[in-house]
Design a protein around this ligand. Structure first.
Ligand SMILES: [Zn+2]
Length: 254
């Protein structure tokens, strides 16, 4: 039966290739899920710099600038169900994790990292039917391990369910609104010296990451600072260059 199941899956995959020609999620060119040029846009690790640094914003590395072909590619994965992008975007996240780890004084090749995915809100999970950040985290851990980095993931944070729409709020109101958003879940303690790295898809204001970092720091008495890594960070100034394709609607990000 198992052989039949595999055959069905292989056939379905082959048919999907025929029926749905692969096009680059970044620029729309046929051929690969992400063409070489667009993939290169996901390999520019840099420190994320929100316009106003929220208090307690953790050191955060982004693999890409959320602009140009990066926007449609991230949105194709996040909002349009192109799950095959988990691998390249997970690799980008792995790159950001490796870069943020490299910036910690005293961290070496053997320093372990524990990726802590930002939990989605219940309404986002319902709307998408999947937890795309969890998918990215799994792919990033696999990528890091292949590269010889001792990496794991832990769902240390949960949503308390308290938070509501923060659209239209000022930074201070938003922060107050976010306080108490997260709670720490019981987990086995990580080995000493493990770096906790919050992971998410896109960072914009940094408010959500700051609140998550504060929750972890308060409750875990970690001996190392909490870090963060994301696939992409919104640029400080928008309109630096034209976006490929129609301008993407800005999804709600933190
Ligand atoms: Zn492309």
């Amino acid at each position: 039966m198992r052989a039949v199941g595999e055959l069905v899956r292989a056939t379905a995959a082959a048919l999907a290739d025929l029926v749905l020609p692969r096009i680059c999620a970044g620029c729309g060119v046929p051929g690969a899920v992400l063409c070489r040029g667009c993939a290169g846009e996901f390999a520019v690790p840099h420190l994320a710099q929100p316009r106003r640094f929220p208090a307690g914003f953790p050191p955060t590395v982004a693999a890409a600038v959320y602009d140009g072909p990066v926007r449609p590619a991230v949105n194709a994965f996040k909002e349009h169900g192109r799950a095959e992008l988990a691998r390249p975007l997970g690799a980008a996240l792995a790159l950001a994790v490796a870069a943020v780890r490299a910036g910690v004084p005293g961290a070496g090749p053997g320093t372990p990292v524990l990726l802590v995915p930002l939990p989605a809100t219940r309404s986002a999970l319902r709307a998408r039917g999947r937890d795309h950040v969890a998918e990215l985290t799994r792919a990033a851990v696999a990528e890091l391990r292949t590269a010889g980095v001792p990496a794991g993931s832990g769902r240390l944070l949960a949503r308390t369910g308290r938070v509501v729409d923060s659209a239209g709020l000022s930074a201070a109101q938003r922060r107050a609104n976010l306080a108490g958003t997260f709670t720490v879940r019981p987990a086995r303690p990580a080995p000493p010296g493990t770096l906790l790295v919050l992971v998410d898809d896109v960072v914009t204001s940094g408010a959500t990451l700051s609140e998550a970092a504060a929750t972890l720091t308060r409750t875990r008495r970690s001996d190392t600072p909490v870090l963060a890594a994301v696939v992409a960070a919104t640029p400080r100034r928008t309109g630096r260059r034209g976006a490929a394709g129609p301008p993407a609607r800005t999804p709600r990000t933190g």
